[in-house]
Ligand binder design. Structure first.
Ligand SMILES: Cc1ncc(COP(=O)(O)O)c(C=O)c1O
Length: 264
């Protein structure tokens, strides 16, 4: 049965804070399988979006649906709050610890990418409080970067057209620096020179703010919403070195690039 226009008018879709009720009756998605989705009106589309870059393994995987059904009957929900936990959450955390490199041994589960980034910025803040450096609170990010649609993540968002209405809510000092963008900025130079230039600018931005006030640098390894900007090899290593030198934490927002999405 097709959704009536009236029903759609009650659904306020995301990213339309300023103009509700724009859902398109042609784009009511009803079912999916593999890489395809079907609209209620029977149109088959390739889901190049993978949900919202979250359906990594394809739509309609029966074994996942069955595992969810089984778990839902046994225990549909219990929070992992303070001393409480549950077995599936712990097992997933242990699995992630076995897959991630180095000493990345803990997982803190959040309900969205935006919340994950907000929690990461909060953890960075607590790290500095616990280290006796309470002045460190600012977070430096990249122009073109996107970290979620909440007020906290808009403070580090490098896409001004998304955040313009909320700038009065943001605290000063959350500087945005340019990422290395070979296609637009390399010119006749080399990737290496571009990385050095952008790394120097990042370093200067932290020094200008005062490293004693800067808590973290947050960045997407590959900028996604801002135009799929693939940085040259060496950029992340250069950022890591600057963060180590100036005692600033580095937060990698891999909401779009993590866990197999780049093919690795
Ligand atoms: C890099 C990045 N970080 C964070 C987010 C926010 O994720 P969510 O929409 O789940 O809050 C997105 C969403 O597209 C994203 O692209």
């Amino acid at each position: 049965m097709a959704t009536s226009g009236d029903a759609i008018r009650h659904l306020w879709t995301h990213k339309t804070q300023d103009h509700p009720w724009l859902a398109d009756e042609e784009l009511v998605i009803e079912r999916a399988e593999g890489v395809h989705v079907w609209t209620e009106r029977g149109k088959k589309l390739i889901d190049g979006f993978a949900g919202l870059a979250v359906v990594n393994v394809g739509h309609g995987r029966r074994e996942i649906a069955e595992a969810i059904a089984e778990q839902t009957v046994r225990l549909a929900y219990y929070p992992t709050t303070r001393q409480f936990s549950n077995r599936p959450a712990a097992e997933l955390a242990a699995k992630i610890a076995s897959l991630t490199p180095g000493d990345l041994d803990y997982s803190f589960f959040a309900v969205s990418g935006a919340e994950a980034n907000e929690r990461a910025m909060q953890m960075a803040r607590h790290y500095w409080l616990a280290s006796g450096k309470p002045g460190k609170h600012k977070v430096i990010s990249l122009q073109g970067g996107y970290h979620g649609g909440t007020t906290g993540t808009f403070a580090v968002c490098g896409l001004p057209h998304l955040t313009a209405a909320y700038t009065d809510l943001h605290v000063p000092g959350f500087t945005k620096v340019a990422p290395p963008y070979p296609f637009r900025d390399r010119g006749t130079g080399t990737d290496e020179a571009l990385v050095q230039r952008r790394a120097r600018e990042l370093r200067e931005a932290i020094v200008k703010e005062g490293p004693e006030t800067v808590s973290a640098v947050i960045m997407e390894p590959v900028i996604s919403s801002g135009g799929f900007i693939m940085p040259p090899i060496g950029w992340l290593r250069a950022v890591r070195a600057i963060c180590d030198e100036l005692e600033v934490l580095m937060i990698a927002d891999e909401v779009i690039t993590g866990f197999g999405r780049t093919g690795r």
